[in-house]
Design a protein around this ligand. Structure first.
Ligand code: FDA
Length: 311
């Protein structure tokens, strides 16, 4: 892992930096490249704008590692309202939540109750809920949350990270449940005893796990794979494997982040490949934005350009 990536990921959890950065004009301008706005309306408007291109979306209200029960209640209320707004919007929009937003750090039972409330509303609104995967200490409780909920409803999916050694085993455990799995490379600072230190190994594991999730037994079990990457050569390699193995389009979707690799997003949509874009919005964007910067050091140049431009 590069030094720049390490520094940015370490900075992502620094409260002092967060408070300064979110008040700084050039940082606010830079973040707008990846975030259509801070409000629910901004995210719904961005979803509507992607619809004519044939692109569907997932919305996530930024926030993580909450420290107060009332905050988890506010987040849950926000997502309940969002599910209602989506229900009347005529748009194909799902939601994506972080367990620590629903109170996982505070009280696991509270987090389960909050997720149950979202699942109940998603059922009423014929919608679908994704659970994001956070840092490695959260993998076990997040998997437990997913399997418990999946036993009650198929309207739930989970993100898994290809940089973790354990993920191959987790995939095998989730296939018989007919799980919806969003495979991503992984965005957190992880030690070498839990995650591949070399990007090339993560990339290869990503390919291996994606193909595993599209094997006939996984398809027959009802699995849905979200291929969550902006890595064009890797996406193309998977596209070739998909056509060689005659995988039906119902078995997978590509998923990407708002504002990243827009040309590739349009290319996939024009080819008729299903693509779902994750749109993040909200005021608590600092740790999320630092992870985006860490993914591509060139993005730091973009921030500096905004700073010099005095925006
Ligand atoms: P990779 O890092 O290999 O880069 C390939 C190319 O993509 C780069 O050369 C660049 O051109 C472009 N690119 C990638 N990131 C960019 C950026 N930030 N800005 C500009 N260009 C960029 N992680 C996690 O730990 N838990 C989660 O729940 C999720 N959820 C999630 C959902 C979806 C839909 C996506 C696409 C990603 C996530 N992630 C995530 C993030 C994921 O783990 C990973 O950090 C990023 O997707 C970057 O890895 P890639 O495979 O996209 O590209």
């Amino acid at each position: 892992m590069s030094l720049m990536r390490r520094v940015l990921l370490a900075g992502s959890t620094n409260a002092w930096l967060r408070d300064r950065a979110t008040k700084t004009a050039f940082m606010r301008k830079s973040v707008s490249r990846f975030m259509p706005g801070e409000q629910m309306d901004d995210a719904l408007k961005a979803s509507a704008e992607l619809k004519p291109d044939g692109i569907t979306t997932m919305l996530t209200h930024l926030g993580e590692n909450l420290t107060k029960v009332e905050e988890a209640e506010d987040v849950t209320q926000h997502y309940l309202q969002l599910l209602d707004r989506i229900g009347t919007s005529g748009l194909d929009v799902q939601i994506s939540v972080k367990p620590t937003q629903l109170g996982l750090d505070l009280d696991r039972a509270l987090c389960e109750r909050n997720l149950d409330r979202l699942m109940e509303r998603a059922g009423q609104r014929n919608n679908f809920v994704w659970i994001d995967m956070e840092g490695s200490p959260y993998v076990d409780p997040t998997l437990a949350l997913f399997t418990r909920t999946r036993a009650k409803t198929p309207r739930i999916g989970i993100a898994l990270q290809a940089y973790l050694y354990r993920t191959a085993k987790d995939v095998e455990a989730l296939i018989p449940l007919g799980s919806a799995i969003r495979l991503v490379k992984g965005a957190y600072l992880e030690p070498a005893d839990v995650a591949f230190p070399k990007k090339a190994d993560t990339d290869e594991n990503f390919f291996k796990l994606c193909t595993r999730l599209m094997e006939p037994d996984a398809r027959e079990a009802g699995c849905l794979l979200h291929i969550g990457t902006h890595d064009v050569p890797l996406s193309d390699r998977l596209g070739t494997w998909i056509s060689q193995n005659h995988v039906p389009s119902s078995a997978y979707e590509f998923s990407m982040l708002y504002g990243i690799q827009r040309a590739q997003q349009l290319r996939l949509a024009r080819e008729g490949t299903r693509l779902r874009v994750l749109i993040s919005y909200g005021e608590y964007w600092f740790p999320w934005y630092m992870r985006r910067l860490a993914e591509r050091p060139a993005n730091v140049g973009f921030v500096l350009k905004n700073m010099i431009g005095g925006a």
